[in-house]
Design a protein around this ligand. Structure first.
Ligand code: MRU
Length: 368
């Protein structure tokens, strides 16, 4: 996708140094485009934990490079023990997005049976690059399938603009390129279909305001930023044709964990008969669990993210306190939308019902 006229991805290997991984500091968008160097597994972990990178697929890619860098940095004689320790460390950086554990497991499959450290390094490097390349193609395919839904809506109201609401950032900044929820939107826009996006600001970290608005702006897609509580009102007034969001973990039964506030959007969509779609790569499906509300771990983050608003002031990036300093705050990072509220799941293989039957028909290799 585009930043300042140039095609970019969110993570890449330096052309002259295969041990230098680079990414953007997403905490600074849209005010500053700053590149961050990642050269150790610890730096990869900090990048995920501190949300320099965020979004389920990108977190997975960073973890994949993190375990590769762990193999590079190790100087002792039990590299596998060290990799297992770094795997646990990386796995604990953020609990909800399953792509993190998925990417690390993929990487361990790549070194299965290897004992030589240099062979492991080569296999992990290749494996991380593959995760990145596959994600680009997966997101492109999600866009192709999701485009059909937008085209159907466009056919039902010829010449009119299609209004799409999204929550958080499930755009290319959350992935490697294209995004999940935004990929159908970008493909529709490129095809000349008139789309307009309602962008939920997404308190407390403002991923909608900071990142989705930034992306759509760079891409030239018409959009309007709204507060998180506006969606229900817009839906009641027929100002939303569809909702598309991403997900951090989707259960075998089709329950969907996504950024806090997604569930309320799904309830409002259901009440107003607005289709509610979730776009995801298959790496986001947790085939081991069924009941999302009971079984998906929900990240709790710092109270300060709720109590302070972070943005660009006269003196650069600053935080402003918006409540009494002693007021306690609770900061749940994600919520779970039950499958019954999801109109359909858009994956790289097509559109399916949010149910075990729907998912296992699309991914027959996962049938029990
Ligand atoms: C394609 S990304 C899907 C999700 O990761 C996205 O919607 C989201 O909730 C991101 O949360 P974040 O806390 O910014 O990592």
């Amino acid at each position: 996708m585009i930043i300042k006229g140039e095609h970019k991805r969110t993570i890449w290997v330096d052309k002259n140094n295969s041990q230098l991984i680079q990414t953007f500091d997403q905490r600074l968008f849209p005010h500053e485009v700053k590149i961050v160097d990642i050269t150790t597994s610890a730096e990869a972990g900090v990048a995920i934990k501190d949300m320099i990178v965020r979004g389920a697929p990108l977190i997975g890619a960073m973890a994949a490079y993190g375990i590769y860098l762990a193999a590079v940095e190790y100087k002792g004689d039990d590299v596998l023990a060290y990799l297992n320790e770094r795997k646990d460390y990386l796995n604990e950086t953020r609990p909800t997005a399953i792509n993190l554990a998925w990417a690390l497991n993929e990487q361990f499959k790549n070194i299965d049976g290897l004992t030589d450290q240099s062979e492991m390094i080569a296999a992990l490097f290749k494996g991380a690059n593959k995760i990145v390349e596959d994600d680009v193609e997966t997101c492109r395919m999600i866009g192709e399938h999701g485009l059909q839904i937008i085209e159907e809506i466009a056919a039902s109201k010829p010449g009119e603009t299609i209004n799409i609401l999204t929550h958080c950032n499930a755009g290319w900044l959350a992935c490697i390129d294209w995004g999940t929820a935004t990929s159908p939107i970008y493909q529709a826009h490129q095809k000349g279909i008139k789309v307009h996006v309602w962008v939920d600001e997404t308190r407390p970290r403002s991923q909608g305001a900071n990142l989705t608005s930034f992306e759509l702006n760079e891409q030239g897609v018409p959009h309007t930023l709204i507060t998180d509580n506006t969606g229900g009102h817009l839906m009641q007034h027929h100002m939303v044709d569809m909702v598309i969001v991403g997900t951090d973990r989707t259960t075998r039964s089709g329950d969907v964990a996504n950024k806090i506030g997604t569930y309320l959007k799904a309830l409002a969509a259901n009440d107003n008969h607005v289709p509610f779609y979730v776009a995801l790569p298959s790496s986001t499906i947790d085939w081991e669990i069924n009941d999302g509300v009971k079984e998906i771990p929900i990240e709790m983050r710092s109270e300060d993210e709720v109590k302070y608003v972070y943005g660009k002031g006269k003196n650069g990036m600053e935080s402003v306190l918006i409540c009494p300093k002693t007021t306690p705050a609770a900061n749940y990072g994600f919520d779970v939308t039950p499958a019954r509220l999801v109109t359909g799941l858009i994956t790289e293989r097509g559109i399916c019902e949010a149910s075990e039957e729907g998912l296992t028909n699309q991914f027959p290799e996962q049938k029990r």
